[in-house]
Design a protein around this ligand. Sequence first.
Ligand code: ZN
Length: 406
Amino acid sequence: MYTCSLARLQNKIDTFKTFGDTGTGGITRLSLSQEALAAREEFVKRCKAMGMQVKTDDMANLYATLPGGEDLPGFVMGSHLDSVINGGNYDGVLGVLTAMEVAETIWTEKIRTRRPVTVMVWTNEEGSRFEPAMMSSGVVTGKFDKARALASTDGKGVRFEDALEASGYKGAAENRLGAQGYAGYFELHIEQGPVLEMENKDIGVVEGVVGMVNYTVTVKGVSDHAGTTPQKTRKDALYAASQLILLLWARLSKLDPELVFTTGKIHVSPNIHTVIPKLVEFSLDARHKDPNVIAQAVEVIRNLPETLSGCQISAAENWGRKTVLFDAGYVNAVEEAAKEAGYSYRRIYSGAGHDAQYVADILPATMIFVPSVGGHSHCVEEFTPTEACLNGANVMLNAILATDKL
Ligand SMILES: [Zn+2]
């Protein structure tokens, strides 16, 4: 079994931490910002030093490739270098750095692979500067309309298309990831949740990405004076909404222990302290790997009372996503590699979205999770010890080498 280098991986993590360093232990590296471009430059420099061929596609996704011994479609390992505002040093970037480390191990150990091995950087995964999230993987896999993506603007009015042109990384559409030149896709990522740590597992063998639904619940009441209206005659939309949220918690909690649901957004109108609220809209996000459980959650939402405390209730679906299942052969390869290395592991579903879920539509794909200390992510507390990151890199390397033999 081959192993990657801890010292080299540490050096990569330490170097990439500097691009967008906020001075508080985290980074702000928005897509195509100066900080993100500096990280790309370092990526390209390091890949070229290994003799890798570097190209970009029309969404500025980066591909750095080590040649294979035979004329076969290659493996891709990818993730993203952009972060949220005040994000951590592991989300996305770790998938790129471990992929670089896997390539560097193949190169320094002179491992002869039959297939080419590509390290990939996706443009704008987070969607923090330009909406939506997972923009480029969405465009490349035909999920999103490219013209709409190009028209997306950041908070300062800069169009994504202009940022793309100015970046110097815009390439040809024919360079896009696709079933033509590529055999399959691996993405290493931090778990961004507490399960692996809680269960003391080194590796998450990711079987898929959970399906979800997103609803808006609307509660209509009547606005009146906060001082002159007796409690008994009020139609207070916020009071009714509070009852509904408690009702949803009570009913959804009974469905399945793995169902997660969130009311993360609430809008109160008129939102004045002397006026009884006449309108409340709140979000409900529910996620589970089993479509039947999602269907039950939807039933609960649809069966909310039509009226409550004198207010009118309605619920509308905004969008949903089906559970994405990763390629069984690739999932098994990851599990076998973890087993052979003697790492503890468990099968797991991702509760968060990743580029790999779109890639799974066009190529065999899977993901490898490493534990997040305290389950923290999208914050400066985000941390995974380098030894734990290295475990993931070793699994990715050996899963690829095993699949390359097939
Ligand atoms: Zn990520």
